[in-house]
Design a protein around this ligand. Structure first.
Ligand code: FES
Length: 160
């Protein structure tokens, strides 16, 4: 007696079902990729890489900063070494998060993916492709003013 087609392979998924599952996987992958892209853009915006970063940053009483220390000032950090003062951009060269100075470690650490930078801004480890940028620093009265969008040679120092 011949079997009907409906009873020959009841557990085998249909071609249409497999295609639906494939389309669903592709769709979820696209949604995930768009979400990751938006997340990266939002991180860049929230990390201060927007227009507010261009504003000069004043540091009061720079003489209180000892050699070997750094002071976070929003999008930049004021740093002092034996040669003088300099300013570093606190925009991570990886994806734009804001590294913070950790005096106990003597390092700048990026909270997003763990990049680590030396006191002079040099890259130590992590996914960042390079070190932190040095930016212009000028004396104004008894203050020091950093200019986040004006990069300078890493050897530039303002004498103490
Ligand atoms: S943004 Fe700093 S390590 Fe990724």
């Amino acid at each position: 007696m011949p079997q009907s087609p409906a009873t020959t392979a009841p557990d085998r998924p249909s071609r249409r079902g497999v295609l639906k599952l494939l389309y669903a996987c592709i769709w979820l992958s696209l949604v995930g990729a768009v979400g990751l892209g938006l997340g990266a853009v939002l991180r860049l915006i929230s990390s201060g890489s927007g227009a507010s970063q261009a504003q000069p940053v004043e540091f009061n009483q720079p003489g209180d900063l000892a050699v070997g220390q750094a002071r976070d000032g929003g999008p930049v950090a004021l740093v002092r070494d034996v040669q003088g003062y300099f300013a570093l951009s606190l925009v991570c060269p990886h994806l734009g998060c804001r590294p913070a100075w950790h005096q106990d470690k003597g390092r700048f650490l990026c909270p997003c993916h763990g990049s680590m930078f030396a006191q002079d801004g040099g890259r130590i480890s992590g996914p960042a492709p390079k070190g932190l940028s040095h930016v212009a620093l000028k004396a104004r009265g008894n203050k020091l003013v950093a200019y986040p969008n004006q990069t300078v040679d890493p050897a530039t120092r303002l004498r103490a």
